[in-house]
Design a protein around this ligand. Structure first.
Ligand SMILES: [Zn+2]
Length: 110
């Protein structure tokens, strides 16, 4: 989870009562959520402090965790692959927790 920075001054954005975001820089640049354009499985959220952040979409993080755990369980014990897959699973769970802390619901089970 990291803050989305203002394209004009580099400051992070905070949410305002009217639902728009405003950067913390001196010029207080505005950002509408409709203008947020992210790549791949990233999505935006607002953390508990009110800062606009990028997190991995919970559905994508769930899939990532599932795949990493399956690979971990099949890896040869004490191998590099086992260590790598455990690290990947840990990162996926971290991404899920980041999304949950930012208030995004975990994806539904199918
Ligand atoms: Zn700015």
């Amino acid at each position: 989870m990291h803050a989305i920075r203002c394209g004009d001054c580099g400051a992070p954005f905070s949410i305002r009562p009217d639902g728009l975001f405003q950067c913390d820089g001196d010029q207080a640049h505005e950002l509408d959520s409709r203008d947020i354009d992210l790549d791949g499985s990233d999505t935006w959220a607002v953390d508990p402090a009110g800062t606009l952040v990028i997190v991995v979409d919970p559905a994508a993080a769930t899939q990532w965790a599932r795949e990493a755990l399956a690979e971990y369980l099949e890896a040869e014990p004490e191998s590099y692959a086992e260590w790598f897959d455990l690290g990947s699973f840990s990162n996926a769970v971290g991404a899920l927790l980041d999304a949950a802390r930012a208030g995004l619901p975990l994806s539904r089970l199918s």
